[in-house]
Design a protein around this ligand. Sequence first.
Ligand code: KIV
Ligand code: ZN
Length: 408
Amino acid sequence: MGHDTGRVTIFDTTLRDGEQAPGFTLDVAAKVAMARAIDALGVDVIEAGFPIASPADAEAVAAVSRELRRPVIAALARCRAQDVEEASRALAPAARSRLHIFLATSDLHLAQKLKMTREACLDAIVRSARLARTFTDDVEFSAEDATRSDRDFLCRVIEAAIGEGCTTINLPDTVGYATPDETREFFADVIGRVPNADRATFSAHCHDDLGLAVANSLAALQGGARQIECTINGIGERAGNAALEEIVMALKVRQNRLPYASCVHTPGLYQTSQLLANLTGEPVQANKAIVGRNAFAHEAGIHQDGVLKNPSTYEIMNPRDVGQPENQLVLGRHSGRHAVHKRCEALGAAVSPAELEEVYRAVITLGERRKSVTDADLRRIVERLRAGDAPAAHAPVPPEAVGYGHGV
Ligand code: KIV
Ligand code: ZN
């Protein structure tokens, strides 16, 4: 729509698609707290709920609409008058609101789930879009299961939705079945075929059933999409949605291959991820990209040595850019001398080369029994050594075990 600047609209659906997944339910107060944090990230659109689904959802949409004045607040509605009216009531207090209407367009969903013909589907979309436009100029239409829909029918539906004034067309990969090359081709083809496509922004909404949600979302941008729907920590139905933090950092770190920009203030990512984990009681996977506790942690000696010499040896982004603590050198049985030496220094207990050898061996021995060796453990090891106690049972020091080069 308009001149393409490569600016990507970030549509956060943590509070709708994310929250509807088992174990991720949030009450109204928690939704407002989370919405504030997402707002602080600077996202463009916050989908706050599905008002017809429950009174609590409607109340949460209204509360978020009252609280946040900057972002667009979206609410979901099926293509039914009652849904659209309920969503518009909940959005009434918003400074900027979006009605997000959806209906499945695949023959599988139409025949098996909705027992509806294609013509009835098209008619319901046209009527709902028309009704939605009586409440707001900002209407988004989602063709549920778009990636498995008949392409000709999908294009007809999209043309009709745009004709009724929908300004965002979302093409969800509802079941996470698509691959990246297919997604790129899909968006380029649909945008090329729909005659009035230039009057709408196309959007990707990818699920992660094959672990491809982020890759598919980025491929959608290459195919012409300019909105991505995503969630904090990638939460969402089944395997979840595309993770917001991964999308925005991919855009930031790989500008040379992905010349698109988001408005997200990335140093707030870690804190927002932690807030969601605390509010839902669902911890973030340790090795989760960007926000997992291991995303910038190094235990292997060779890696620790490299990172101490130059972080870019093993880190492609600065942890501060995502709000994570500086690279964390975890001491354990894989650690090297360089990291042990540095940590002793940082604790104000610098050790001589001879002491380092003893301390290093004690760390390795302790690391065999524990997940990691803490600062308190390290202090105790150094104190015992200096008090004349053997820090731990260990083999004699081999002559080659000198210098950091062997730090594995
Ligand atoms: O996955 C999906 O198709 C959805 C739509 C309702 C947007 O969540
Ligand atoms: Zn979804």
